[in-house]
Design a protein around this ligand. Structure first.
Ligand SMILES: NC(=O)C1=CN([C@@H]2O[C@H](COP(=O)(O)OP(=O)(O)OC[C@H]3O[C@@H](n4cnc5c(N)ncnc54)[C@H](OP(=O)(O)O)[C@@H]3O)[C@@H](O)[C@H]2O)[C@H](O)CC1
Ligand SMILES: [K+]
Length: 480
């Protein structure tokens, strides 16, 4: 079963399914609290004094369990919470108090002597922005400068105010707030703990898929020992314009580094393209499909650095009837609308998506899952909506990438991605597989280059070693 990205509601349903399967909910809480206590021990090994702030719900219950284990392991523990817990949370509180640990009111919070704070005020049950004593506690915890371990979610996100955590222990599954900004910024390092939730309870094919190393490894095209350059995928890159002489070359490099056997670059005559020794050049007097056929390609990437000729280049390339990747200057509604039902991947950033959806870019960036789905519905193509994180959509399917970082927000990075996806299409992958693997692999290569100052061609160069790491099981997702 693939890994899914949960909403609070979907996690509540999973919780109910676990209980319906006969799994006692108190066991889940016990596992959750213990995972939080372990995270404190592992991430802050020198700390001996842990203060826990807890709320009235199950998030607070997890906090009481964490406090109990930390107390039993010899930590100095102070616990602050309102009265009024019910159900499992009330039981967890009683179990803690049975050890003689007093629970004091939130208003009495005194952080003097604390070395780590466990934030268990509110988790997925948040129903409104923090206010009153909760907002005050969050502000004081943030101002203290103490390390914070958040239970499930930093309390208050996605609203402001919220707790800012150093470590967030995600329980049973990752939630949207763990992936998307601005909430993600408040999570710090994220560690996922399964808390013993039965797999069957977590099955939710309607939710977005999270791209994992295992799932992506399985998509890597085989390269048989008797491969030759015509058998592993020939890619045509169509682009090139006076001021964007590097973009098509970067796409070609990305395609080669992702395994293409032969890359042909078609470009307007006279454009001084960046040299790339291994590329076959196809200078054209005009964008015409007959001329492009000479490349004998199995997939085409078009739009990158095509300038005002982008739509024309795209129309000619699409006439070939090949699987295609459309980017940048090819992403105009008239061109994309002609692709419905065809094996076409579009790779817009929020600005280009805004143009295609006639919405504002900020709106797209704030709701990328909804925007990707809307693009897939409206145009009937496979959508790669670039961002932090990149999200993908095809038909009813959604996926969220889990590799890459803000360091990849630099010029030329998208051109490399187009080349990678085109190479995977040429190798015979379906658009949905080529898009998911391409985005994941490209991000993984970026992660291996560094966290700042990344150049697009370096990311392309890192693709082969990223592939090796993926194959040899040396890739850990960010939540481990
Ligand atoms: N399957 C799992 O992942 C498990 C998760 N666990 C933990 O449970 C929480 C979710 O627990 P839940 O009880 O549903 O909700 P919370 O504890 O997060 O929050 C509900 C309480 O918080 C109050 N609330 C809501 N918003 C605010 C606010 N802005 N300010 C103050 N208080 C707020 C709410 O009060 P109401 O007045 O709104 O009724 C509730 O009292 C999950 O995140 C995990 O930590 C389980 O322990 C194991 C299984
Ligand atoms: K919390």
């Amino acid at each position: 079963m693939g890994m899914r990205l949960f909403t609070a509601d979907a996690m509540r349903r999973a919780d109910r399914r676990a209980v319906a399967l006969g799994y006692p909910s108190l066991l889940l809480m016990e596992a959750a609290g213990r995972a939080v206590a372990r995270a404190v021990r592992e991430h802050f090994p020198d700390a001996r004094a842990v203060w826990v702030v807890a709320g009235k719900g199950n998030n607070g219950g997890d906090g009481f369990v964490a406090a109990r284990w930390l107390f039993l392991w010899g930590y100095r523990v102070a616990v602050y919470a309102p009265d009024g817990q019910a159900g499992d949370a009330a039981q967890a509180r009683k179990a803690l108090e049975a050890h003689g640990v007093a629970v004091r009111p939130l208003e009495a919070l005194d952080l003097e002597g604390a070395e780590v704070v466990v934030d268990a005020l509110v988790g997925t049950g948040l129903s409104r922005p923090l206010a009153g004593v909760y907002a005050e506690v969050a502000a004081r915890v943030n101002a203290s400068g103490l390390p914070v371990v958040a239970v499930d979610l930093p309390s208050g996100v996605p609203f402001t105010p919220h707790v800012r955590a150093d470590v967030t222990v995600a329980l049973a599954g990752l939630k949207r707030e763990h992936l998307f900004y601005p909430a993600r910024a408040a999570c710090g390092r994220i560690v996922l703990d399964g808390i013993g939730m039965p797999e069957a309870a977590l099955e939710a094919p309607e939710l977005p898929e999270l791209l994992t190393p295992e799932a992506m490894r399985a998509l890597l095209p085989e390269r048989p020992g008797n491969a030759h350059k015509g058998s592993v995928g020939r890619v045509l890159v169509a682009g090139g314009y006076a001021t964007y002489t590097g973009a098509p070359a970067l796409a070609a490099l990305g395609a080669y580094r992702a395994g293409a056997g032969l890359v042909t670059l078609a470009y307007p005559e006279g454009v001084p393209l960046e040299p790339l020794l291994e590329v076959v050049r196809l200078p054209l007097a005009a964008w015409r499909a007959e001329a492009l056929r000479a490349a004998r390609a199995e997939a085409v990437a078009v739009g990158m650095g095509a300038g005002p000729g982008g739509p024309e280049a795209a129309r000619a390339a699409l006439e070939l009837g090949l699987p295609a990747v459309l980017d940048a200057d090819a992403l105009v509604p008239e061109v994309v609308a002609a692709c419905r039902g065809r094996p076409v991947v579009i790779t817009p950033h929020p600005g280009e998506a805004a143009r295609l959806l006639e919405r504002r870019a900020q709106e797209i960036a704030a709701h990328p899952l909804e925007a990707a789905r809307a693009l897939a519905e409206r145009y009937g193509v496979t959508v790669v909506l670039k961002g932090g994180p990149t999200v993908l959509a095809e038909g009813a399917h959604l996926a969220v990438n889990t590799t890459g970082s803000a360091a990849m927000a630099t010029g030329g990075m998208g051109d490399v991605l187009s080349g990678v996806i085109a190479a995977l299409l040429a190798a015979g992958l379906r658009p949905w597989d080529a898009a998911r693997l391409g985005v994941y692999w490209h991000g993984l290569a970026g992660d291996r280059v560094g966290r700042v100052g990344l150049l697009a061609h370096e990311v392309a160069e890192a693709l082969p070693q990223a592939r090796e790491a993926l194959i040899s099981d040396a890739v850990r997702p960010f939540w481990v």
